[in-house]
Write a protein that binds this ligand. Structure first.
Ligand code: ZEM
Length: 283
């Protein structure tokens, strides 16, 4: 019987609204889970990425960059229990897509087929090292270095960062604090509109350097500021500020690509676990 992905989509939709959590939706943290599961990819070594759902294992589970994502994984656990045929890797990436769509964003092309690494015969090389995800305190050189490593170009980088239209920073997770937009559960091009029009100033507080608007209600990370400080990035951000349609089109393509990094498809082996018979012949 073919897998009933639509049922899993419905199960995910049913848990998105949550009055006790943040701004009333777990959508943003599910998007962050899909992104962090995938954003460890390194093109050169074909390691990392969403395949394997390796965030269940040390050291990835304990990477400071992933603080708070244990909540996202716990929200999805009952859905895994109800639909045991779906891999965690598929569930985490699908949940990000469903969340974006439910928050008013574009439809993301998504394909099943990721498999989970088996904890019983896991080797250290199966789990990506810490430090592969971007550091919010850094600027455009770092942002480019991290995303070029995955195989993205400038346009895709700027498009992906537009996901900061939703969600917020939590002082007890990242050290940063506050939402990027006034509509943190609505997926739109608000991020670029605010970036390009607001006079962002340094926030005077005890935490790490972050930027604030005049009313001290919204925030930008130093890495977000790179999007207007870098002339190439800024040009693209202005295009997205002007056209939500263009942003949606580019975002959907870039996010779909992100979730596919390292996933074996057809003749492309991705970074799938070595088949046992291949292992036997390895010297
Ligand atoms: Zn984020 N992100 N991100 N991001 N992100 C946070 C939260 C969220 C960076 C970053 O340091 C942070 C992308 C790129 C980059 C989301 C989606 C995507 C937080 C706050 C930080 C510090 C975490 C916390 O405290 O809870 C940096 C430096 C990035 C690149 C340079 C990309 C790409 C994303 C998706 C396509 C989302 C949705 C959130 C909000 C999570 C939540 O819990 O509300």
């Amino acid at each position: 019987m073919p897998h009933d992905i639509e049922k899993v989509r419905n199960d995910i939709r049913a848990i998105l609204k949550n009055p006790d959590y943040d701004d009333g939706s777990i959508g943003p943290v599910l998007v962050r889970l899909a992104w962090h599961a995938s954003g460890t990819y390194e093109r050169k070594s074909r390691t990392g990425g969403s395949n394997g759902a390796t965030m269940r294992f040390d050291p990835e589970s304990n990477d400071g960059a992933n603080a708070g994502l244990e909540h996202a994984r716990a929200f999805l656990e009952p859905i895994k229990q109800k639909n045991p045929w779906i891999s965690y890797a598929d569930l985490w990436t699908l949940a990000g897509c469903v969340a974006i769509e439910a928050m008013g964003g574009p439809k993301i092309p998504w394909k099943e087929g990721r498999t989970d690494r088996d904890p019983k015969n896991l080797t250290a090389a199966d789990v990506p090292p810490n430090g592969r995800l971007p550091d919010a305190a850094k600027g455009q050189d770092h942002v480019r270095q991290i995303f070029y490593r995955m195989g993205f170009d400038d346009r895709e980088i700027v498009a992906l960062l537009g996901a900061h239209a939703v969600g917020r920073c939590h002082a007890d997770r990242s050290g940063y604090d506050g939402p990027w937009t006034h509509t943190p559960t609505r997926f739109s091009n608000q991020y670029y509109k605010l970036l390009t029009t607001v006079n962002w100033v340094k926030r005077d507080w005890d935490g790490p350097l972050q930027y604030r608007d005049e009313d001290d209600e919204l925030m930008m990370l130093p890495a977000d500021m790179a999007v207007i400080r870098d002339p190439e990035f800024a040009k693209i951000a202005k295009e997205y500020a002007q056209s939500n349609e263009l942003f949606f089109k580019d975002f959907a393509a870039a996010f779909a690509k992100l979730l596919e990094l390292g996933v074996p498809r057809g003749n492309d082996p991705g970074n799938a676990p070595t088949a046992p018979n291949q292992q036997k012949h390895k010297l």
